[in-house]
Design a protein around this ligand. Structure first.
Ligand code: LLP
Length: 419
């Protein structure tokens, strides 16, 4: 990614050498590029030109307020999955009328908060949820805007852990039952049907699964129209993949062109298109900086033990995900390179960040784990009483702390011992 480049032999974030940031703020350290966020947004903006599109950032990928604030200023909406995420959107002055609320387990307090904030839409995932929402809205004397998340039963051809659009997944309402559930919703006066949505999976690199899902949604939209149920928007979810290594990229413009073609061909150009991209807006906008604590050479394996761990970045061990690893200041000849597993200090064999990487490194060297802008910090934990790392946003030659490193004391400050 052009936002993280080698200059004078040192990896930079925009104009800032990563080694300087490590020295100043310590490691492990998350570093984001502000320009990378803007450029990722731009791909969607350009692809949407002249059409009615609302891009709702799937903020579970990265919910730091500084990141949300950038997207808010760029005109994004937000796809939220909890009352907590709603509170973050409101904390940056985000516009609730551009928020869609997804998730299979919405609680009463979350529904209330979202109704009171005035969200654009509840993406309802089951009939019992629909009934609960109708009740909560009625109690508040309000009308809840509703879209049904249908499960189109298509194979997103991605990792099973992050595939969500198959029959066997817990998500959404089976597409065959959708008409009946819409009719049920139409009969409830505290609900207003506004749309339909789906989300078929994540890290998708092909256009065909989206088009398969879209075709099924279009059939549904037409069936509903015949019953007098007219929708205002169609939400295709998120899922566009990024390049972790050599994946072919699905550009937003390629996807959107095909989607507009299909909508136009079916006389549905009036529908607003909603998207919920997460990873593709932030994934390659961040890196995780870490220091080599020890090198451990053995008969079977060589280990580089670093100060970041699975609590900072769980994707490798959870999904077998591949993140590239760069030496921040590579040695020129590289002739003492060895093959290493990059592992953390946590007491679990699953605590690894990368495997079988050829690196020419010494104790004290800095490594950058790439593509760590999405599902990295947001999935971090404090396992082994490890404070969560600091987050830095770089803008040109400036670096801003957008979340300080947690202190050890803060991790147990509210715990109580018995008398
Ligand atoms: N909309 C809904 C309803 C979702 O469930 C998700 C992600 C998104 C949008 C955003 O999807 P994206 O554009 O980021 O692919 N932790 C996993 C990814 C889990 C995705 C969960 N849902 C990972 O690190 O790969």
């Amino acid at each position: 990614a052009p936002h993280f480049q080698f200059r004078n032999g040192v990896l930079h974030a925009e104009d800032v050498p990563l080694a300087d940031l490590a020295r100043q703020f310590g490691t492990p350290l998350y570093v984001y590029s502000r320009q990378a966020l803007h450029d990722a947004w731009d791909a969607y903006r350009v692809a949407s030109q002249g059409r009615n599109v609302l891009v709702c950032f799937g903020m579970k990928a990265n919910s730091n307020l500084a990141v949300l604030n950038e997207f808010k200023k760029l005109g994004a909406g937000f796809d939220i999955v909890s009352g907590g995420e709603l509170a973050r959107v409101l904390a940056v002055g985000g516009d609730a009328s551009r928020v869609v609320f997804s998730g299979v387990g919405k609680q009463v307090w979350e529904m209330r908060a979202a109704l009171e904030a005035g969200v654009k839409c509840f993406n309802v995932e089951s009939e019992p949820e629909l009934l609960r929402l109708a009740e909560v809205a009625e109690q508040l004397g309000m009308v809840a805007p509703v879209s049904l998340r249908v499960n189109p039963d298509v194979d997103a051809q991605t990792h099973p852990y992050i595939s969500t659009g198959l029959k066997e997944n817990k998500f959404g309402i089976a597409i065959d039952s959708a008409v009946a559930v819409y009719q049920r919703a139409a009969a409830l006066p505290s609900l207003e049907i506004v749309g339909v949505d789906c989300h078929i999976g994540s890290q998708i690199t092909e256009v065909s699964p989206y088009l398969d899902a879209l075709e099924k949604l279009i059939v549904l939209v037409k069936a509903l129209a015949r019953l007098g149920i007219d929708l205002k928007h169609l939400d295709l979810g998120g899922g566009i993949g990024i390049r972790y290594t050599d994946e072919t990229l699905l550009a937003p413009s390629v996807l959107l062109d095909k989607v507009f073609q299909a909508l136009d061909a079916h006389g549905l150009a009036h529908l607003q298109l909603v998207l919920e991209p997460g990873r593709s807006l932030v994934g390659n906008s961040g890196v995780l900086l870490t220091t080599v604590e020890y090198l451990k050479h053995g008969d079977a394996k060589n280990f580089a033990i670093v100060d970041a761990a699975m609590n900072d970045l769980i994707r490798p061990t959870l999904y077998d995900a591949w993140h590239s690893v760069e030496t921040v200041a590579p040695r020129h000849n590289g002739d003492t390179a060895l093959v290493y597993d990059i592992v953390g200090p946590i007491c679990e064999s699953g605590d690894w960040l990368a495997r079988d990487r050829k690196l020419d490194i010494r104790q004290g060297d800095l490594l950058a784990i790439m593509s760590a802008g999405a599902y990295a910090y947001t999935m971090a934990s404090q396992y082994n009483t490890r404070p969560r790392a600091a987050e830095i946003m770089v803008d040109g030659s400036q670096a801003y702390v957008v979340r300080p490193r947690e202190t050890v004391e803060s991790l147990f400050a509210t715990e109580k011992i018995l008398d």
